[in-house]
Design a protein around this ligand. Structure first.
Ligand SMILES: [Zn+2]
Length: 393
């Protein structure tokens, strides 16, 4: 961070990174200011900011901060709460979520709430996601992982904790009930060998939190009535069962078997048992598909599809010949939906290239020696000249 901040002008700092930089160096001050400004509709102007910590008496919090917490950027906006199910036991889930910084909170079966990433900062919880035309929902939402399964009810103590936690966060960030979402609502898949278009239904994670009975118990009186991205044609419905649970009259099976039945055409992941976000943006020839078409669909030759070629060259889809595209070796890494930001130079800092996204987990840096790091890995270290910057479209 020091290098970056020294390298930019005051104007640039204000335009692009000032608040993020301030938030990183003075997180407590920043969050207090933020919360103060969020209470404009009440007469609390002279009282202390609302704080989750004050509710400690009723909620059991344990700090289990990820090593990533310190480096994660402050969210530019907080518009949603996204609920997940871990699809696994408490301890293993906590370890994984903490290791990767994949949630702001985890609510265990005994009602304990673990803090993993500060509530104001980006947790990498939603992965490839889209809601109301906006991509990368982790950047705009708080992620809560609930220990349990997508199609099974949670414990009564979990209800109690989760309800209070959601309500506190809604108050702090002014989030409406219909903006308390499930991971399965916002996750989407890109074209692959089963689907020729981007599709909804990549995950069923957290789907129980869309049902009327569960929402009622959580004190939520409304929910999204339909999927705007399906209506607008941005994605298609690939998992009819899930769609019916989220927006129709579908109900969860009463079963103790936590493995949901997957329809043969859906090809979905149930929850978060698989790592959602490690190098989330990268897809690999021979792993995620055999051809660029299978991996990137109609975007395969676009300037926003980035290919990492053998020998170290990085090229946009529109720079490669059909022959090149047809003969990419297995193991070729591809980023879909990215902007080729060009290289860092003395007068061209990372902030100049991609603005406040410079330290987002979704931004990638390719160093001259070939090492690739994400934005949340680089803020303490000098970015060498010639480093290539790639960021989300
Ligand atoms: Zn999830």
């Amino acid at each position: 961070m020091t290098y970056l901040l020294e390298d930019i002008t005051r104007r640039e700092l204000f335009r692009n990174g000032f608040f993020i930089a301030l938030g990183l160096s003075l997180p407590n001050l920043f969050s207090c200011n933020l919360e103060n400004t969020k209470t404009e509709d009440s007469k609390k102007t002279t009282t202390k900011p609302i704080s989750i910590e004050e509710k400690k008496a009723t909620l059991k919090f344990i700090d289990n901060y990820s090593k990533w917490n310190e480096k994660r950027a402050i969210r530019p906006q907080t518009d949603y709460i996204v609920l997940h199910t871990t699809e696994g036991g408490g301890l293993g889930s906590l370890n994984k979520l903490t290791r990767n910084g994949e949630a702001n909170y985890m609510v265990d079966t005994d009602g304990t709430i673990y803090r993993i990433i500060d509530k104001d900062k980006i947790a990498k919880h939603a992965g490839r996601s889209l809601w109301n035309g906006r991509y990368n929902i982790s950047t705009y939402s708080i992620g809560i992982e609930v220990v349990g399964y997508a199609n099974q009810d949670i414990t009564s103590t979990q209800y109690k904790s989760l309800k209070s936690l959601i309500s506190e966060l809604q108050e702090i960030y002014h989030i409406n009930d219909e903006d308390v979402l499930t991971h399965s609502m916002v996750a989407y898949g890109t074209p692959n060998k089963w689907h020729s278009e981007s599709y909804r239904g990549r995950k069923r994670c957290g789907m129980l939190f869309a049902t009327p009975e569960v929402r009622k118990k959580l004190g939520l009186t409304s929910k999204p009535i339909n999927d705007q991205d399906v209506s607008a044609g941005r994605v298609i419905v690939a998992d009819g069962y899930l769609n019916n649970i989220l927006y129709g009259s579908g109900s969860l099976p009463e079963t103790n078997n936590h493995k949901s039945k997957i329809s043969p055409t859906a090809r979905v992941e149930i929850g978060d048992s698989q790592t959602e976000n490690e190098f989330e943006g990268f897809r690999v020839i021979g792993v995620d598909g055999v051809t660029p078409w299978e991996i990137a669909g109609k975007e395969y030759a676009s300037s926003n599809t980035i290919y990492f070629l053998k020998g170290g060259k990085v090229r946009r889809g529109n720079q490669l010949s059909k022959y090149n595209l047809d003969h990419l070796p297995n193991g070729t890494n591809i980023l879909v939906g990215y902007v080729y930001g060009g290289h860092v130079h003395r007068n061209r800092s990372a902030i100049k290239i991609c603005g406040r996204e410079w330290n987002y987990p979704s931004t990638y840096y390719r160093f001259p020696d070939g090492v690739i790091k994400s934005g949340d890995e680089i803020n303490q270290q000098k970015i060498p000249k010639g480093t290539l910057v790639l960021y989300r479209k």
